[in-house]
Design a protein around this ligand. Structure first.
Ligand code: NAD
Length: 307
């Protein structure tokens, strides 16, 4: 199958934070394959201060110069998400694909992190994604079609020094995606999360040049385009993607230990079994995908006598 088969003619995509970095590569790729693109970016600094129309305007100009269709939007996803949706509706009539990509950094050690550094970062990444998705949701439901890609981060999956705010927001986006995947399923709304690493102003001062040169953001956009396409059936998944690597992340639960009712339920009993609780044995580990997967635990424990 030719890669050009994956086209987006008559599809409308909103991409937040698309004035630079990763979002810009998404905007150019979707537009090159026929999508009508809302290029949102408030044009602020890495920490979120200031505004400028320039970043979004330049991306729209580049798309139009290539023969594509795009509209610029300069609204802040936190304070005016309605304006972003309005740009899509006024220009293109609806929205089919939402890429929640806008983000800021306010890094500091946890000991020094201010409350505002925490809440500002959570506001842009997590609340901003929530607000805009909430506005797009009725359109997705009514047209029985929607694709959402949320931008998580390896920092959210694993934690990272100096990023307590950012990692909390990013793992929050994983939880949001997993729930939207379930609630959107019967409406053909697919919601997935990516955890990328790429060269951008977010990473250019953190990583050495020899690593940065391998981390083109163009190596992330193909997965985002695929997840945004009608042929994608997967939902509620998390993908780690960097430098040409594409992999899926999933939850793994250890085989665990079942205490019988006549065992003593004491901290010392936990101490005695703690090594066993931590064993990830290929034969007994599970990969739960929903809350109901706890039924397996209830079923097993209910085989024991009632305590
Ligand atoms: P970037 O700074 O180049 O892009 C982020 C864009 O979001 C900027 O253009 C900025 O102006 C815009 N923005 C910020 N706050 C906004 C707001 N309130 N409303 C509208 N626009 C806003 O950085 P990037 O690396 O391209 O980051 C894109 C996304 O990828 C972010 O969510 C980031 O956290 C995530 N991410 C990036 C990496 C990486 O290695 N670059 C790693 C993990 C996750």
């Amino acid at each position: 199958m030719s890669t050009d088969t994956l086209r987006f003619d008559n599809k409308v995509v909103i991409i937040t934070g698309a004035g630079g970095g990763l979002g810009k590569t998404y905007a150019l790729l979707f537009a090159s394959r026929g999508a009508k693109v809302v290029v949102n970016d408030l044009g602020g600094s890495l920490a979120g201060s200031g505004t400028s129309n320039k970043a979004a305007d330049l991306v729209v100009k580049e798309i139009e110069a290539n023969g594509g269709i795009a509209a610029a939007n300069y609204d802040n996803i936190v304070t005016n998400p309605d304006g972003i949706l309005k740009t899509a509706i006024d220009n293109f009539g609806t929205v089919h694909i939402l890429i929640n990509n806008a983000g800021i950094l306010k890094d500091s050690s946890f000991a020094k992190m201010s409350e505002s550094a925490f809440s500002d970062v959570v506001a842009v990444h997590l609340e901003g994604s929530f607000k805009l998705t909430k506005l797009c949701w009725p359109y997705f439901r009514n047209q029985n079609y929607g694709r959402i890609i949320n931008t998580a981060s390896p920092a959210g999956l694993y934690g990272n020094f100096g990023q307590a705010n950012y990692s909390a927001a990013k793992l929050g986006l994983v939880g949001l995606s997993e729930t939207l995947a379930k609630e959107g399923f019967k409406y053909n709304i697919k919601c997935n999360a990516i955890a990328p690493i790429a060269r951008s102003r977010m990473t250019e001062n953190l990583l050495p040049p020899n690593i940065l040169e391998k981390l083109s953001p163009n190596k992330i956009s193909p997965l985002v385009a695929y997840l945004g396409h009608s042929s994608n059936e997967i939902t509620g998944a998390i993908f780690e993607v960097a430098a040409g690597f594409f992999g899926q992340i999933r939850w793994e639960r250890s085989g665990g230990v079942y205490f019988k009712p006549n065992d003593s339920f004491t901290p010392e009993a936990i101490l005695n079994k703690f090594k066993d609780i931590l064993i990830f044995d290929a034969g007994t580990t599970q990969h739960p995908k929903m809350l109901n997967d706890y039924n397996k635990i209830y079923e097993t424990t209910s085989k024991f006598e009632k305590d």
